[in-house]
Design a protein around this ligand. Sequence first.
Ligand code: HAM
Length: 419
Amino acid sequence: MIKTIYGTKDILPDAVSNWNYIENLVRSQMQLFNYREIRTPVFEETVLFKRGIGESTDIVSKEMYTFADRSETSITLKPEMTACVVRSVLEHSLDKISPLNKFFYISPMFRQERPQAGRLRQFHQFGAEAIGVSSPLLDAEMIILAYSILKKIGLKNLVVKINSLGIPSTRENYKNLLREFLKDKISKLSEESQKRFKTNILRIFDSKDERDQNIIQNAPLLLEHLDNDSLEKFEVVKKILLDNSVPFEIDSKLVRGLDYYTETTFEIISKSVGSQSALCGGGRYDLLAEQIGDRKIPGVGFAAGIERILLACENEKIELTKNPSADLYIVRIDQNLMSKVYSIAVSLREQGLLVELDYAARSVKSQMREANKLGADFVLFVGGDEYKRGELLLKKMTDGSQQILNINSLNEIIKIIKG
Ligand code: HAM
């Protein structure tokens, strides 16, 4: 048996309505904030992510689906969208057309991680990027936008965490402080953190290992070593969130797994899901465009994982949608009336009714069973004595009431069903 690849999932029809619900809600909310949809290819040149996300990150060093195509170009399935959107802005010089480009996306992403609940190898994100203006007003807008979508979905146990990573020079100074603090404790750190000490020291804060946690809890904090400009911007973000009733926590250990961040970073966590609790993450990336292109364009954005959101909804027992029930099921009593039944269905569907019929010459009893399974509001019987008299029998399934109608009065049927 050929099966889906480990870490990927079919989204079966029963689940698709929830996906559509979230995607529609995202589209309408993004529109209110004036973000416009952008779609980029599923694969890009590998160098885009190496330069954009950073060679020492887990994503680039361990998780990318990278392969050489037939012309030996190194290609990577996109693990995230920010680098792709910035590439697109640069490539099409969109920054020269408009000083601020506000874009959103809904797209599959690919990371070869160890699958578990809420962690897949093909997963789906929606996200937004505001590219062109470096202002904490936009940092706050991103948090408000992401939070508003999660609230509209109906999620309750949300925690917004914010931090500022400062600018590269203050961060470098801070890294030296951290190196100084950790240097005589290296052997006590987990193996992974010992590696990170050399490659990406800030990521030690992400470790869930108890040994690392014990050591790091007394480490100096980056937030306490920011310069005045970064601190002021952070204050603006906090004030806007307070003014607009977005509850938040300051988490000075929130470093995120991508190297392109400067200053504001944030995550929205759900207390309703297990270890993969980050529903959404984002931040400012004022130096990314320069790293992958030829000019400096500031930006800020976020992305949220749709599978994790659906998991949180399931755990909070939020019913997003009901699968649509049929308006009408046509039961064919006489097998030789197939073409009549078929054309009634075609005409009623043209009038906007969800109509189903039997395609397999089944008994009346099986057809009724099918009508019940589809939750049909009405059943139309075609055949028997009524049909010989030029009539059809319409039964309302909720109360069992029946009506006899003329065989040619389809408009009457439509009127009754549409109520
Ligand atoms: P990220 O934190 O890597 O950020 O991913 C954002 C969200 O995608 C996560 O919070 C999570 O919900 C979901 N996600 C990530 N990996 C997986 C996975 N393997 N399985 C299921 N869901 C996953 C970014 O991707 C940045 N591009 C966000 C951003 C946009 N920053 C600025 N602009």
